[in-house]
Design a protein around this ligand. Structure first.
Ligand SMILES: *Cc1c(COP(=O)(O)O)cnc(C)c1O
Length: 428
């Protein structure tokens, strides 16, 4: 019997659902999660010692490939000097300066320990800085699991949202307006009706939590102009896209500057870290300077910061993102060509080292279009690829991630495997 099966049964006795984060449980594709024994470069090995080409990369952080020797060395060297102090360090200044230098809209930055903490605090900061309560988010965008952000659209346009999780009182999300991603008119209407009460918009400037969905032309521009016109703050949640789509996040690609940026994932190189930053003026609202409270025992953890600094240094290598983007494009084009060869409705898209593949003829621009893709076929594809030793995200609503170690041979092997799988799918 597979050790994965044994471990999953055992995990399910001591851990709810057998996992420490829900999507890992394979609920939306069925079957048994693979328990990772070790990882290196583009690969990981499961509990049966089966090797997989990994297109999750810890949901983004492993942009340099797993267990990059320089990052591992930085972690080992930092650990020798103590794991946590609860007092400031020089390394925290260094990573703050690196983030400020690279992210166009950040003048000051505060470190936290996860993306959830970063977005939760960014919302509190926007509310504190504006003295307003209402926030706008878009359905299908994920901003971590803070109460006011676990919301889906209510019925009808311009309604306030309903909690998507048990344990969130409706009153807690009463100030959250939920709109459709890429719905420019919806944004204008919300500001026309509630403009003076809106503290902020929070958005994934390229969405990666409802599969990959790019902003349509004008969408981010209108978010910026509406916020500016009505005195609201624009939050780019770049937890996933930061240092993943390019050297300066989506704000670097588009030239659109948010007021607050949230980061995590890549900036920790695999260690727990998060950050939020903005102009000095906005950041002056945070304690101890201002009245918006935020704190963390492990914030700026020296081991996580060491991994982050080394990762960011390596990402600054000339041509890094051109190369990563080219590899990702090659993968997506290869998968699409293989599917079309077998007559399967399939499309793909990518930005930097992030990609989406969809069992639909055209690339979706909304959550509804992702939902309308052939999700049953995705499930069969997912498991067949797993058998082939290729690990895609276990859900049709997740993006994929390529690392610098996914070289031509790894990508070619992936496309060959997909070709065999598409051939089977075409036979039905
Ligand atoms: C992953 C993610 C988060 C949450 O980050 P955690 O570190 O998992 O708390 C928030 N926003 C976006 C866009 C994400 O992709």
């Amino acid at each position: 019997m597979s050790r994965n099966v044994e471990l999953f049964a055992r995990a399910s006795r001591s851990i709810p659902g057998g996992v420490n984060s829900p999507v890992r449980a394979f609920r939306s594709v069925g079957g048994t999660p693979r328990f990772v024994a070790r990882a290196l470069g583009p690969y990981f090995w499961d509990a049966d010692d089966k090797r997989y080409i990994d297109y999750i990369g810890s949901w983004g952080p492993a942009i340099l490939g797993h267990a990059h020797p320089e990052v591992v060395r930085a972690v080992q060297e930092a650990a020798v000097h103590g794991l946590s102090y609860g007092a400031p360090t020089e390394a925290e200044i260094i990573i703050a300066e690196m983030l400020i230098e690279r992210m166009p809209s950040i003048e000051q930055v505060r470190l936290v320990s996860s993306g959830t903490e970063a977005t939760m605090t960014a919302i509190r900061l926007a509310r504190g800085a504006t003295g307003r309560n209402k926030i706008i988010k878009f359905e299908g965008c994920y901003h971590g699991h803070a109460d006011s952000l676990l919301v889906k659209a209510g019925s009808g346009l311009l309604t306030f949202g309903n909690p998507t999780s048990a344990g969130v009182p409706p009153e807690f999300v009463a100030h959250t307006i939920v709109l459709d991603y890429n719905d420019i008119e919806g944004v204008r209407a919300a500001f026309a009706e509630h403009g003076k009460e809106i503290a902020c918009i929070i958005v994934e400037p390229v969405a990666g939590n409802m599969n990959l969905i790019k902003p349509i032309p004008g969408f981010l521009e209108v978010l910026r102009s509406e916020c500016t016109a009505h005195g609201a703050l624009l939050i780019f949640d770049e937890v996933m896209t930061g240092f993943r789509v390019g050297p300066q996040g989506v704000q670097g690609l588009t030239g659109i500057k948010p007021d607050i940026t949230t980061l995590a994932k890549v900036i920790g190189g695999g260690m727990p870290i998060g950050a939020f930053g903005g102009s000095k003026e906005v950041m002056a609202n945070i304690a101890p300077l201002g009245g918006v409270y935020q704190a963390g025992t492990l914030s700026g953890n020296p081991v996580a910061v060491a991994a982050g600094i080394t990762t960011l240094k390596l990402l600054a290598a000339p041509g890094f993102y051109e190369d990563l983007s080219a590899r990702t494009r090659k993968l997506v084009d290869g998968l699409v060509a293989a599917a079309h060869k077998h007559g399967i409705a399939f499309s793909g898209d990518c930005v930097g080292g992030m990609f989406g593949v969809y069992f639909s003829n055209t690339v979706p621009t909304t959550l509804a279009e992702v939902s309308a893709s052939n999700i049953d076929m995705f499930k069969v594809f997912f498991h067949a690829m797993l058998d082939e030793g290729v690990y895609f995200a276990p859900s049709a609503y997740e993006a994929g991630f390529v690392s610098a170690t996914h070289d031509d041979s790894v990508i070619a092997a992936t496309i060959e495997a997909a070709d065999r799988v598409f051939a089977k799918l075409a036979k039905g």
